[in-house]
Design a protein around this ligand. Sequence first.
Ligand code: GLV
Length: 326
Amino acid sequence: MSKPRILVARAVFPETLALLERHFEVEANQADAAWSRQELIARLQGKAGVFTTGGERIDAELLGACPDLKICANMAVGFNNFDLPAMTARRVLGTNTPDVLTETTADFGFALLMATARRLTESEHFLRAGLWNKWTIDLFAGSDVHGSTLGILGMGRIGQGIARRGAHGFGMDVIYHNRSRLSPQLESECKARYVGKEELLKTADHLVLVLPYSAESHHAIGAPELALMKPTATLVNIARGGIVDDAALAQALRDKRIAAAGLDVYEGEPKVHPDLLTVPNVVLTPHIASATVPTRKAMAKLAAENLVGFLVNGRPLTALNPEVLA
Ligand code: GLV
């Protein structure tokens, strides 16, 4: 019997490709060529599955043009590149890679928070530029992390990981806002207190964004929200571009409306709002929160296993719309 045909949209680890090739006839993209949408659609003809990495938009138009497609396996926990209702309507399964990246991403959220509060990159640039020629009492004085109030917007698995780090490791007072409240047991494990969004904005010394992107969370942090924050506060976004209004944030940083920001994600990335590149009080990283070698390998393996699980055994591991399996 011939093997199902799949497309791997981006370069992946050799072991991921080897795993897929045991079960499928694979068209890969190990050169990591940037395919246009039309090229992606052309390559998807006759393919039952696609391995995506978060940048490929899967919507009704693409699905209509790719009638053989049965599963889109995203190598990411976020899946805002999927129009899930359109996929469900066409009985196309979507999968993502939760859990395997939770702790690594929470580590990074904390790293970005520390770097932002303690002005790590700004001070390093100063040193590298040869500008350090004397001791000064307030040289790159930042804000304390330990003992401060940590606000978390979006309290899924990663948010909870950040709360645990803050509460147990740094003695922080943790407050959070989320669509739904955690169970009393999880609140007590995370030592986190539920508050309204306005209180979160007004009270947090450090505000970390970990909520999924959707039409409702678009510009959840814009000029009005930034205006509510403390002028000494820091803002960290490891969630998705578009949750923050980047132009409004750049203005708030320039005006010192808030003290500093740490960003791993951007509206329209990999482009970055030009004003963010010129303000000094922002730490900028290129969407790397889950980027450790073991975690990226675990994410790739899980995405591949979802393709195998569904197309070979009928049992995907982490289905987003399991109703299409019924
Ligand atoms: C990364 O941003 C992810 O969603 O996994």
